[in-house]
Design a binder for this molecule. Structure first.
Ligand code: GSH
Length: 216
């Protein structure tokens, strides 16, 4: 039995998509981002920081989306590990995904979670949007073919593209044509479409774009 603890539009989408790519049967447990459910002691026993994703698998519960993707690829989907020669690149991208996602998370806090204007910092919002853009420029420079690795689609694409897709709500992607093409190829995958169907109604990002505040 595999059971994914999930909130729509969050990093647990990475795992949802990976499970669909692998064609594995799984149960989905939906959580609410805005109630205190993720802080419940029973949930904290599964996910130390009370975050999603958490995956019940192989008689335990595993947190951290990067670790989960790696475990799934190593145990059930070697075709998503990239070629052996590219394993260092695969690992680099798997972790780069969190370099991207950290800025997305900060922007999400600033634009969405902090509900009152006086709680937000326009300086942080502008800075984080620039820093997110820099991480996506890094992807733009490295993308040479259809996928992050020369050997083809892998879990690295799943890991990094989640942050890039949400990141487009904070950074104008028009300046990053290779990233835009790569994201279209990701979205065209049948497993992505199945995961998107199961993701659930949007809870967090209700606008297509959240512009940075004007500089004074
Ligand atoms: N590095 C962790 C980060 C997990 C994480 O922060 N998830 C967010 C959603 S994207 C979350 O659960 N936030 C709930 C909270 O902060 O209370 C991973 O990749 O799984």
């Amino acid at each position: 039995m595999i059971r994914l603890h999930h909130v729509a539009q969050t990093r647990s989408f990475r795992v949802l998509w990976m499970l669909e790519e692998l064609g594995l049967p799984y149960d989905l447990v939906r959580h609410d981002f805005f109630d205190r459910g993720l802080r419940d002691p029973a949930y904290l026993a599964m996910s130390p920081a009370g975050r999603v994703p958490a995956l019940e698998i192989d008689g335990r519960c595993l947190a951290e989306s990067g670790a989960i993707l790696q475990w799934l690829a190593e145990t059930r989907g070697p075709q998503l590990l990239g070629s052996p020669q590219e394993r260092p690149d695969w690992l680099e991208w798997l972790h780069y995904a969190e370099t991207v996602a950290a800025h997305v998370a900060n922007l999400t806090q600033q634009h969405i979670m902090l509900r009152e204007d006086h709680m937000r910092s326009p300086t942080v919002m502008r800075l984080e949007a620039k820093r997110l853009e820099k991480t996506l420029e890094g992807v733009e420079r490295r993308l040479a073919g259809d996928w992050l690795l020369g050997s083809g689609f892998s879990a690295a694409d799943i890991a990094v593209s989640y942050g890039a897709m949400i990141g487009r709500r904070f950074v104008d992607p028009d300046r990053l044509p290779r990233v835009a093409g790569w994201l279209s190829r990701c979205a065209a995958r049948p497993a992505f479409a199945r995961a998107a169907d199961r993701d659930g109604p949007p809870q967090i990002y209700l606008k297509p774009f959240y512009p940075p505040p004007e500089a004074p």
